[in-house]
Write a protein that binds this ligand. Structure first.
Ligand code: LRH
Ligand code: MN
Length: 388
């Protein structure tokens, strides 16, 4: 697409969901560095998410994680979000932080533990009914640390049984997204380790089950855009957890470690119709800002996705197809590299002005004094965190 107004028209409709947990304190097993002004509850996390949307214009929803975002009245929480101009997005169950889940949750050899985990997944669908959320975003830490510890096959049977029960409970316009991860916290085998396992379970379950691609969950060297192209073709790409990494599941700002990979992923999204609302692809961030200030880091992350998307939209797809059909290897590759090498920041600044926003969201946020305001206001109480 070379027509900038057409590119801007698409970018205007972009929707990048922020994760509530990225506003809380986070870290590694070595240290969680507490920061000032950290939200103490889901209401304050949503207030911070609304600030990211206020300055970017394309982050109108925030995913919640249960029990990290447990409240008495989820309908009231949804109202609070609405009053701030955002909406509650995906609901993430947590079946990885309870002592009972030492040997797994829905794959656990103990039927009582499996029932407990299933109950929590079903409770999260009840929460979706209250918040009006479409997606139940399931990630399971379930796996093994040593060969022989449990039956790999039996665990898959338990997984199938529980996912089918959750699928049964989903409402008309609700979906379940099944996230995979090749290791951690399990260090020998993970029960949903890769896209193929997630895909196979989703196909077995039905149309409302889709694969969630977390960009930090692949073995080094994995061609993620291939997975994206494959799943899009099969209408099984439910969405992304965007972040970036140099080594493992580092959960760094998306695009920070490998902007060219993010661009290649967005090229497959654009060429495969993944930006069309009908595609139902959810673009979500899943990050931890262990040492940097959270809100500007999330604003920067949203801008990184916007920039990669703008460059992908600038790919001359007709010329690309012609070069591909002609077997013009360098020509075809060159078309992508040209788009990637394009400085799209002036186009995005223009778009923001047309959307009534400051062309430089991070500078505008810094000038707003919000960072100082929350440090002054949020005294006392317990700062949110993973509480692992
Ligand atoms: C697991 C994961 C999952 C979340 C958690 C916060 O690594 O990506 O999506 O539940 O991070
Ligand atoms: Mn994730």
């Amino acid at each position: 697409m070379s027509d900038h107004s057409a590119v801007k028209a698409v970018l205007r409709t972009q929707h990048i969901e922020t994760p509530s947990w990225a506003f809380g304190n986070s870290g590694t097993r070595f240290k969680v560095f507490a920061q000032e002004g950290i939200p103490r509850d889901a209401y304050e996390k949503i207030a911070d998410a609304a600030v990211v949307h206020r300055y970017t214009g394309v982050a109108p929803s925030v995913a919640v994680h249960i029990p990290w975002d447990t409240v008495d009245d989820y309908a009231d929480l949804a109202k609070h979000a609405e009053n701030l101009g955002v909406k509650i997005g995906a609901v993430n169950p947590n079946v990885f932080q309870d002592d009972d889940y030492r040997l797994g949750s829905i794959c656990n050899p103990d039927p009582a533990v499996r029932r407990k985990a299933l109950e929590h997944l079903l409770d999260c669908v009840d929460i979706m009914d209250a918040t009006g959320s479409r997606d139940l975003s399931i990630w399971l830490a379930d796996g093994l640390n040593y060969p022989g510890q449990d039956s790999l096959a039996d665990r898959q049977a338990r997984l199938e049984e529980a996912l089918a029960a959750v699928y049964e409970r989903l409402g008309e316009n609700q979906r379940m997204l099944l996230e995979y991860k090749f290791f951690e916290p399990a260090f020998y085998a993970t029960d949903v380790p890769d896209w193929g396992t997630s895909y196979a379970h989703c196909v077995e379950l039905g149309d409302k089950a889709q694969v969630l691609v977390d960009t930090g969950h692949h073995a080094p060297g994995t061609n993620i855009e291939f997975i994206v192209a494959f799943l899009l073709r099969k209408n099984r790409l439910g969405g992304f957890h965007f972040n970036s990494r140099f080594y493992a599941d580092d959960d760094l700002m998306v695009g920070a470690a490998d902007p060219y990979q993010l661009f290649r992923i967005m090229v497959e999204i654009v060429l495969g119709g993944g930006l069309d609302a009908a595609s139902g692809v959810a673009f979500m961030l899943d990050q931890c800002h262990n040492i940097e200030p959270k809100i500007p880091a999330l604003i920067r992350s949203v801008l990184n996705v916007q920039e990669a998307t703008a460059k992908a939209l600038l790919v001359d797809s007709e010329a690309l197809r012609a070069a591909q059909r002609a077997g013009d290897v360098l020509g075809a590759n060159g078309i992508l590299v040209d788009a990637f090498s394009t400085d799209v920041r002036p186009l995005l600044a223009e778009l923001r002005e047309e959307m009534g926003l400051d062309p430089d969201p991070i500078a505008a946020y810094r000038r707003s004094g919000y960072a100082e305001q929350i440090v002054a206001e949020r005294v006392g109480g317990t700062a949110a965190g993973w509480g692992a």
